[in-house]
Design a binder for this molecule. Structure first.
Ligand code: CA
Length: 258
């Protein structure tokens, strides 16, 4: 179990930086979609309808191949089938989330509500049960891309409060002028706190925002990760940019320490 949790962090650290999944595209270019689907007929159908609607499509028939394509093509959106050979869609989703914030639309043959909840809590942005109509599929893809564009526009590319500087495109974190190495989880934790700065986030909310698969992880895990993150950001106790609000959670201070 612990191996599964640590491997993605190691991967992100080993590459030195987390590749960005979206946001780097010059405006006006054709949006790129990566389709990870082993059923050739469904993949072809999706491909055809997406191309017809002005998308550039890359397909992968298996998880590993899909993850390689994610690095290679940095798509604007990923369509991910859950029933994949070898590495299933849940695992692929977890790996994607350790590397990228790219919107993910899950496809599943199962119509179970539990699956849907698992998909969305695991970091998927939307969920579609097979069989689905082309019209609905394209509408969901377009809605996700729109939502994501609004999200990235609202968030500045660089956050800098004079002490902590985060480059959301390169995932680089600099504290007091010196680069700080964070694990993928610590980075997402910091990004979530900064995006909601001034707001108290409960451990449960932080699990949802920063962990790719929060099911089965207790709030204690959040506590320890925040502790490590605070240590890396410097400033002990009341000096830390991350304030612990007893009984409620954590808050990134709006006013930086002086
Ligand atoms: Ca399948």
């Amino acid at each position: 179990m612990t191996e599964g949790r640590h491997a993605p962090d190691t991967l992100a650290t080993a590459t030195g930086r987390a590749p960005e999944g979206s946001g780097g595209r010059p405006p006006g270019g054709q949006p790129r979609v990566l389709v990870i689907e082993d059923d050739a007929d469904i993949a072809l159908g999706i491909c055809t309808v997406l191309s017809r609607n002005g998308f550039e499509v890359t397909t992968a028939a298996a998880g590993r191949q899909g993850l390689r394509a994610l690095h290679g093509t940095s798509p604007d959106l990923v369509v991910l089938d859950i029933g994949l050979p070898e590495m299933d869609g849940w695992t692929v989703l977890e790996r994607i989330r350790d590397l990228s914030d790219v919107p993910v639309l899950i496809l599943s043959a199962r119509s179970m509500e539990a699956d849907k909840v698992r998909g969305l809590r695991g970091g998927a942005d939307d969920y579609l049960t097979k069989p689905f109509g082309n019209g609905e599929f394209v509408a969901r893809v377009q809605a996700l891309l729109r939502r994501n564009q609004q999200g990235t526009q609202a968030l500045p590319a660089i956050y800098d409060d004079g002490t902590v500087r985060v480059d959301f495109a390169s995932h680089e974190v600099i504290v007091d002028g010196a680069p700080v190495g964070l694990t993928a989880t610590e980075y997402r934790l910091l990004a979530a706190l900064i995006k909601h700065r001034g707001q108290i986030l409960s451990p449960v909310k932080l699990l949802e925002l920063a962990w790719s698969d929060p099911l089965g992880i207790g709030p204690d895990r959040v506590k320890y990760s925040v502790m490590r993150l605070r240590r890396k950001l410097g400033g002990a106790g009341t000096d830390s940019p991350i304030e612990a609000v007893r009984g409620f959670g954590y808050r990134y201070r709006v006013t930086p320490r002086t």
